[in-house]
Design a protein around this ligand. Structure first.
Ligand code: F6P
Length: 319
């Protein structure tokens, strides 16, 4: 292994820059050349390559976003697109590739590995919906951003004795909603993985009111449906005054937490080691406080579900 490439793909996540930095510096430490590929697989197909040096990743460990830019490429999902990418990889003389991204990105990475390109995945998505790792880069920062918003919403909800519904990201998963709801002391948490009953949500608000509780915070994962529709139903059923906050892409930005930077540093560096060991088609993960690796094919077959006990605990603690 002499020369490797690194790209970020799919939705960006805070800590991706720290992961790029880890890959670049670890590779240079071992005497490798590193090529940064801009705009994910779309840029790979276009040959948007640039050499990375120690200084190319200076002053980025604390920055959100990704200096390499990211994209979701439709062309790469086609066989012709992947052939074009393979050609560009061969022309550039890359002996390995590190893909920093989420599940869509790993499907692409697995394809490249099957085509004979040594490829390693580093999980980065605020959704945390990647199996074979307890956490993904960006999740902790996104949860902290959501908790900060819930704290602020709670102040004004109390003053006005209102119900505030906070919609967080998570297209198919409730990890952000569950952790932010638990840490933010939300009265109810609605996530796509677990059925909910709005009558029970309303009953809980009523019980709280009788005890003198002035506010209620309901956290809804976007995968459940529109927070606006849910608020209207709650108003109709309970006659309360509600307000809706949709946090949206704010959750994808901002300076990464120390945890996300550490995770990015460990997993990014390990990805380079795996390439040096001659491995391919693997994803680096972090399980039980240890850096691990699993075949990408296995990662793509498995599903990761939210912790039901944590969900139930959130309910118990917010009675
Ligand atoms: O997968 C990360 C994520 O932020 C989801 O939570 C969200 O549904 C989606 O990306 C939004 O994607 P886009 O970048 O297209 O707005």
């Amino acid at each position: 292994v002499r020369r490797i490439g690194v790209l970020t793909s799919g939705g960006d996540a805070p800590g991706m820059n720290a992961a790029i930095r880890a890959v670049v510096r670890k590779a240079i430490y071992h005497g490798l050349e590193v090529i940064g590929i801009r705009r994910g697989y779309a840029g790979l197909i276009q040959g948007e390559f640039r050499e990375m040096h120690v200084g190319s990743v200076a002053d980025i460990i604390h920055r959100g976003g990704t200096i390499l830019l990211t994209a979701r490429s439709e062309r790469f999902k086609t066989e012709e697109g992947r052939k074009e990418a393979l050609q560009k990889i061969q022309e550039a003389g890359l002996d390995g590739l590190v893909v920093i991204g989420g599940d869509g990105s790993f499907r692409g990475a697995a394809h490249l590995a099957r085509l004979g390109v040594p490829t390693i995945g580093v999980p980065a998505t605020i959704d945390n919906d990647i199996p074979c790792t307890d956490y993904t880069i960006g999740f902790d920062t996104a949860v902290n951003t959501a908790v900060d918003a819930i704290n602020k919403a709670r102040d004004t909800a109390t003053s006005h004795e209102r119900i505030i519904i906070v919609e967080v990201m998570g297209r198919q998963s409730g990890f952000i909603a569950l952790n932010a709801g638990l840490a933010g002391g939300a009265e109810s948490i609605l996530i796509p993985e677990i059925d909910y009953d709005l009558d029970m949500v309303v009953e809980k608000i009523e019980r709280g009111r009788k005890r003198g509780k002035l506010h209620s915070i309901i956290v809804v994962a976007e995968g459940v449906g529109s927070a606006i529709d849910i608020s209207k139903e709650i108003e109709k059923k309970g006659g309360f005054e509600t307000r809706v906050i949709i946090l949206g892409h704010i959750q994808r930005g901002g300076t990464p937490t120390a945890f996300d930077r550490m995770l990015a540093s460990y997993t990014g560096a390990r990805a380079v080691e795996l390439l040096l060991e001659g491995k391919s088609g693997q994803m680096v993960g972090f399980e039980n406080n240890r850096v691990v690796n699993y075949p990408l094919e296995e990662v793509l077959q498995r599903t990761k579900t939210v912790d039901r006990e944590a969900y139930e605990l959130a309910g118990v603690l917010s009675i």
